[in-house]
Design a protein around this ligand. Structure first.
Ligand code: 8YV
Length: 323
């Protein structure tokens, strides 16, 4: 029995990260059955002082009631919709996220997904692999232009702004955005950004819409059949934010009817399950929540989460708390 804090590592993580944790804490890690089921997670959390999380483990009142020693939950993600903030505050448990370190990497992927969606890159590869090139016609696999078109961004935080820079500075796009708060005048001028007071304005005017807002109950099904109906028939929609912001079933139906040209999705409502109608379509690019997945960025995210745990237990104050 040691007096060092006990930490549950709730997901698989890099050896160097475990090594850092073991310098400071008693570490419960390397479970053979990652990802842990919610029941196993709760059971393992029962005698822990802190936890390192991927960002998909729910921390709510029932979980907290079974974890009386818990003082901190550190997400290795910028999103923290797995936290029930009022319940955590009531239990005196600190939650932390991992902002900043994934911004450019995630923006790279968001833009890659936009390009793949508009230019039908995965569909083109499937066509080639299926031996269909011999059917080629002059109008085979025609996509939508990206350069010089209007980029619409809903959610203009760090990642949204990084995507905006790529579009405006690299691809000569015009920019229209909606956000809870407007950018400061200098940033807006630098991106020649047009602020849209409503998300509907973005949906109506943009050629390519990218969703980069945090998931909150208010953002649930923010984009459904009614909203998609406002978009141009040639438009594309990219979601790298969170599943649940888009009504995936309504989107699949709109894509099937070609009400919009195409969509690119890295996040899903019930991931890792995918709404079945999406899998039937060729005008959607589907990726398994990998927008931040580069070796250096995931390491930086994990290390920031460890920094939070260390700062909390040694100095009494987390670095990037969200509670
Ligand atoms: C992570 C994410 O890949 O940071 C976030 O909010 O969604 C992703 O960067 C995921 O949470 C795994 O940690």
């Amino acid at each position: 029995t040691s007096s060092r804090p006990r930490i549950l590592v709730a997901t698989s993580v890099f050896p160097s990260v475990l090594e850092r944790l073991r310098q400071h804490f008693e570490v419960d890690a390397e479970h053979p059955h990652y990802p842990l089921s919610p029941a196993t997670f709760r059971q393992l959390l029962a005698d822990k002082d802190g936890s390192l999380l991927s960002g998909s483990q729910a921390i709510h009142a029932e979980v907290l009631a079974q974890a009386p020693r818990l003082k901190i939950a550190a997400n290795m993600s910028v999103g923290f919709n797995n936290f029930d903030l009022p319940a955590m505050r009531a239990a005196g448990v600190v939650g932390t996220n991992a902002p900043g370190v994934l911004t450019e990497t995630t923006a790279d992927f968001g833009f890659a997904l936009l390009l793949a969606t508009a230019r039908r890159i995965t569909e083109a590869e499937h066509y080639l692999r299926a031996g269909r090139w011999k059917e080629w016609r002059y109008d085979t696999l025609l996509g939508q232009d990206v350069h010089g078109t209007t980029l619409g961004i809903i959610g203009m935080g760090r990642i949204g702004q990084a995507i905006a820079r790529r579009g405006v500075l690299g691809f000569g796009m015009k920019l229209i955005y909606h956000n809870r708060s407007r950018l400061d005048a200098a940033t807006e001028a630098g991106l020649q950004a047009q602020y849209a007071p409503t998300k509907e304005d973005v949906l109506r005017h943009a050629d390519h819409v990218v969703l980069v807002l945090p998931y909150t109950p208010a953002a649930h099904h923010l984009i459904g059949a009614e909203q998609i109906a406002l978009m141009k028939p040639t438009a594309t929609l990219v979601n790298i934010a969170r599943g649940g912001i888009v009504d995936d079933v309504a989107l699949a139906e709109a894509l099937r009817q070609r009400r919009i040209a195409a969509a690119g999705l890295d996040v899903f409502e019930n991931e890792p399950a995918i709404a079945a109608p999406l899998l039937e379509l060729d005008n959607v690019v589907l990726t398994p929540h990998v927008a931040s997945a580069t070796a250096s960025t995931r390491l930086a995210m994990a290390n920031l989460a460890v920094d939070n745990l260390v700062a909390f237990f040694t100095e009494g104050k987390a670095l990037t708390p969200v509670t």
